[in-house]
Ligand binder design. Structure first.
Ligand SMILES: [Zn+2]
Length: 269
């Protein structure tokens, strides 16, 4: 579930621990540790090091450590990040907690034990090793490159948008939002989109993600009701209607997931 805007919300929360020196990393369920990492190794990698900044790329959150690589957090289907002050109990389903001196604790929450906690040499090394494409909110997310790469895909456009190698951070929910804003049906073949549709998609990627961050994704429990008028996301429920034309929304399977769409605003190919 957490996609780029949600992880950006988590990143902003994690700012509260920046500058703190890690005392311990507590692992309550080692199944959340990725790449063979053990609880002892995680604690050894973090303890005594200062968390110097927060950085997000796509759906990944990186917390660089003074002189010792980077803590990598990925939130899978049901993960979240909370900061917990003082003696407040940790939230339910906290799998890993990072305690810093003079800072709130960082609680990595995962109900379904997907996602992962890892350590890497650097954010760049992790991004390269995992073949992640540019983050759509970075300057490196270039219009011409995106259009050429998307327009060169022979599969369905929704699957291409969710491919983390094309652009990192878009999942099922924001792919639907982007396609809705661009007026593109999720089963259109990417290589049959015309230039105007590719332009609308590029614009919609940034607009949808930025609107969701602005609306408090990952931070505000009222999200997605806080999305601006005309957004698909709050209507993406049983009985929902198109916020533009009022047509009942429909669902279908695309890219192995349930897609929500307006059959009038997003005509079938
Ligand atoms: Zn519509």
């Amino acid at each position: 579930m957490p996609e780029l805007p949600d992880v950006e919300g988590f990143r902003r929360r994690a700012e509260a621990v920046v500058g703190g020196t890690v005392e311990t990393a507590r692992v309550f369920d080692a199944r959340l540790l990725a790449d063979g990492l053990t609880a002892n190794a995680l604690d050894a990698a973090l303890a005594g090091h200062r968390l110097t900044e927060t950085r997000r790329h796509g759906k990944h959150l990186f917390l660089p450590l003074s002189d010792n690589g980077v803590l990598v957090l990925h939130f899978g289907m049901s993960g979240a990040l909370a900061t917990v002050a003082g003696n407040t109990p940790l939230p339910p389903h906290t799998r890993v907690a990072v305690d810093c001196a003079d800072r709130p604790a960082l609680a990595v929450i995962s109900r379904r034990l997907l996602g992962g906690v890892a350590v890497a040499a650097s954010a760049e090394a992790w991004i390269d090793a995992h073949g992640l494409g540019p983050d759509p909110l970075d300057a490196a997310f270039d219009r011409a490159t995106f259009k050429a790469r998307l327009g060169g895909r022979r599969g369905q456009v929704k699957a291409a948008l969710m491919d983390q190698g094309l652009a990192a951070g878009i999942g099922n929910i924001f792919a639907d939002e982007i396609l809705f804003r661009a007026g593109v049906h999720p089963r259109c073949r990417a290589d049959r989109l015309d230039d105007a549709a590719l332009d609308r998609l590029y614009d919609a990627v940034r607009a949808a993600l930025e609107a969701a961050i602005e609306a408090g994704a990952g931070q505000d429990d009222a999200f997605p009701a806080t999305m601006p008028a005309g957004s698909l996301l709050p209507h993406r429920v049983e009985g929902g209607t198109c916020p533009v034309c009022g047509t009942p929304l429909t669902t279908l399977k695309a890219a192995g997931r349930t897609a929500w769409l307006c059959p009038r605003c997003q005509p079938a190919p």
